[in-house]
Design a protein around this ligand. Structure first.
Ligand code: AMP
Ligand code: ZN
Length: 463
């Protein structure tokens, strides 16, 4: 089935037409690893994982590349301030390299908890310095760069499409971005560093030789260089949060297309923010939450993933503990149902009825990733009196390849000691010894087995 996606570049929904179908090249901007990620960041990664799963579900063969920014991202987007990694090193007393390794590891661990499919290529900026230098050389050869006292800059005025991604004219584009103070050496406010020289007064931990002098790459050049290295000069889909539209992605396009003279990316997709107290959740804004903070309150990573699925990726999502609690209970209900079905569903059903619901599910997914619609269809499929248990289970198994909630993973038999407690409880109930049966219910709950009494006897789910 075809997929329709809203392309930031054209500001309309378009049918995806990959360069070489059924292959789809997908690049997603990864984290800057100087601190823990907050759940706002993870909203973007959950959306991108949903895209990747949706493409697979619809029959595409995705090659997913994600970068790790471990150098060059300065504290100010105006190409001033310090490298975030060096700041992280000063804060923690570790080396910049250790800081990068530590937060990359925490990102990978959190990603596993969120059931994010690992990228086929996870590439570090520091491992691709030669590719970045080569791209800057190409830009230099075509006259796109100039030298100032602190680095090599991209002259945005030389790129005729500068600002197109944000819907700005060339003139507007040159003035846009976050560059409030125009450094006297910059030709246009939007010009940005592709290579920064190491400061003379301070030793940097991360620096390399280059044709222009010792230093380090600007932030944006890594993504243009690595995306083209792994996906080719023109590829299919590039994603990130909406904050990347005016600067980072605008500059990625200017670098790549400036160098190659070809379109860089066919479809740009941007995820909206998770808001905290009406503002973007951000590391700099205080009040940010990590997955670990949610876990402390008994809310699992997949409960949070469920919350993300309840909002369309192009709509802002307000963080609140109430909505998170609601997501947790809905997710647990769904997961419990899946477990019981996996254990008990037998026999056949009505394949046509199941297929028509799956068709609806597929249509939601293909409609610019309508995950709230896909979730609603999933609940419809579980409605009593509708599909047979076997069909419900088959539906859930398919749907979960897109939802990524790990619904069908915990089923299976109980270890013998837990089975024994369940049997003892059943015996206690038969003997109308309700105090023992209540005690055993509590004990089982502590061991992660929740028991419910139904007309057919005890039913249990494992958490
Ligand atoms: P960073 O490490 O700052 O480059 O951010 C990593 C990713 O998280 C980027 O794609 C950002 O656009 C995204 N992001 C940052 N803050 C939020 C937020 N509050 N909600 C959703 N995505 C965010
Ligand atoms: Zn990027």
């Amino acid at each position: 089935m075809d997929i329709q996606l809203f392309n930031t570049l054209t500001r309309r929904r378009e049918r995806l037409e990959p360069v070489s179908p059924p292959k789809v090249g997908l690049y997603t901007c990864g984290p800057t690893v100087y601190n823990y990620l907050h759940v706002g960041n993870y909203r973007t990664y959950v959306f991108e994982d949903g895209l990747r799963r949706a493409l697979r579900f619809l029959g595409y063969d995705v090659q997913h590349v994600m970068n790790i920014t471990d150098v060059g991202h300065l504290t100010s987007d105006a190409d001033t301030g310090e490298d975030k990694l060096e700041v992280g090193a000063a804060r923690t007393g570790k080396t910049a390299w250790e800081v990068a390794a530590f937060y990359t590891e925490t990102f990978v661990e959190d990603s596993k908890k969120l059931n994010l499919l690992p990228p086929h290529v996870l590439c570090r900026a520091t491992d691709h310095i030669p590719e970045q230098i080569e791209l800057i050389r190409r830009l230099e050869a075509k006259g796109f760069t100039y030298r100032t006292s602190d680095g090599i800059y991209y002259d945005a005025a030389k790129f005729k499409d500068y600002g197109r991604l944000m819907g700005a004219s060339h003139q507007e584009g040159l003035k846009a971005g976050a560059r409030v103070e125009l450094s006297p050496e910059k030709r246009n406010p939007s010009d940005f560093a592709v290579w920064k020289f190491s400061p003379k007064d301070k030793k940097r931990q991360m620096e390399w030789d280059s044709p222009w002098g010792r230093g380090f790459p600007g932030w944006h050049i890594e993504c243009s260089a690595m995306a083209m290295r792994y996906l080719g000069e023109t590829f299919d889909i590039h994603c990130g949060g909406v904050d990347h539209i005016p600067i980072h992605h605008t500059n990625e396009i200017a670098q790549a297309e400036g160098a190659t003279g070809r379109p860089f990316v066919k479809v740009w997709l941007h995820g909206e923010f998770l808001l905290m107290n009406k503002a973007k959740m951000a590391k700099s804004a205080g009040g940010f939450l990590r997955l670990a903070d949610l876990e402390e309150k008994g809310i699992g990573a997949l409960d949070y993933r469920y919350l993300c699925l309840t909002a369309h990726y192009r709509k802002q999502l307000d963080f609140s503990w109430e909505s998170l609690e609601g997501a947790r209970s809905a997710h647990r209900k769904l997961a419990d149902r899946a477990q019981v079905l996996a254990r008990e569903a037998k026999g056949g059903g009505d394949a046509d009825a199941r297929e028509s619901l799956l068709e609806r599910f597929r249509a939601c997914v293909a409609d610019d990733l309508d995950m709230p619609g896909a979730l609603a269809t999933t609940w419809d499929a579980l409605r009593p009196g509708g599909l047979s248990d076997a069909d419900q289970l088959a539906f859930l198994q398919e749907a979960d390849t897109v939802l990524g909630l790990n619904l069908c993973a915990v089923a299976g038999e109980l270890p013998a000691e837990l089975r024994k407690l369940l049997d003892e409880r059943a015996a206690a109930r038969r003997n109308k010894d309700f105090s023992t049966s209540d005690e055993l219910r509590k004990k089982l709950a502590e061991l992660g087995v929740l028991v419910e009494d139904t007309p057919q006897g005890q039913r249990w789910v494992r958490r």
